[in-house]
Ligand binder design. Sequence first.
Ligand code: URA
Length: 328
Amino acid sequence: MTPPARRDGTPDRKHEDTPQKGFRSRSQRRKGGARQAPQEKNYVQGVTADQRNMPLISHAKPARRQHVDEAEVRRRQAAAQGQESDGIRLQKVLARAGVASRRNSEILIEEGRVEVNGKIVERQGMRVNPAVDIIRVDGVRVNVNEDLEYWILNKPRGLHSTMQDELGRPCVGDLISEKVSSGQRLFHVGRLDADTEGLLLLTNDGELANRLMHPKYGITKTYLATVLGEADKDVVRALRRGVELEDGLAKADYAQIVDTYNGQSLIRVELHEGRKHIVRRMLKELGYPVQRLVRTKIHTVQLGEQKPGHLRALNSSELTSLYKAVEM
Ligand code: URA
């Protein structure tokens, strides 16, 4: 019996048959070595001690899956990549991404306005692989990968910012899987407290998600906070100067009192950091406990009139603006 191959192409000794009596290795036969008396078997593996040190040679007719020929695997992978990079015509990809009609896309190419992987395209007829190639028009990245999804959710109050909640609490994942078939593959970019409402970005684009959350890019988030108390300019000044919290100073990039009425105020706060409960803690520290908190904007992407619990796809100019903000 031919031992089944392991992933590295060597036979799996676990399944190796007990060797035949008088077995001679190929090298012994080549050297004309005498048929030896059967060796004592080491029955731990059903293999003689000698055989364990011998090169692995199978005398059986090669099984289809006996060996993983790594050179062959590499050759096939290269061929597959080659086929992919034969890919799709650039003007077709641009048209599919909504940049322009095929004809106008050809004109964009002719005018030297299209870049593939950092190089201006200088000829017509180029083929690209939309799953891997980075395409820019006038220096602005265009999403040509149809597998990537970008959604904006207006997270309702009471939902946890998780795709699956270990404690079985209502979470964003429940809502998404009802609405988008690919919901399982999406993840949320950052979090909102369960009590906070508003804009939550969902995507399966890991690179963009990571960068948006990375402090290096300082992505600004805007919140509207309804607080108890009639706030005055001192609050705005304090928010901008920075509020000392137990885990360090927290500064707003911008703050504004939108309205004060009947013992309450509506305050807009913009900041680029993402510490837990940051807005609530800052305002509480200043003596204005938050009653309601809504995230209305991430970078240039606005929540607008989108209703709580509703999802919408990010449009291409919003996506382009996010790509740009994180240097993608
Ligand atoms: N700041 C908060 O206090 N809560 C949020 O959910 C987001 C920012």
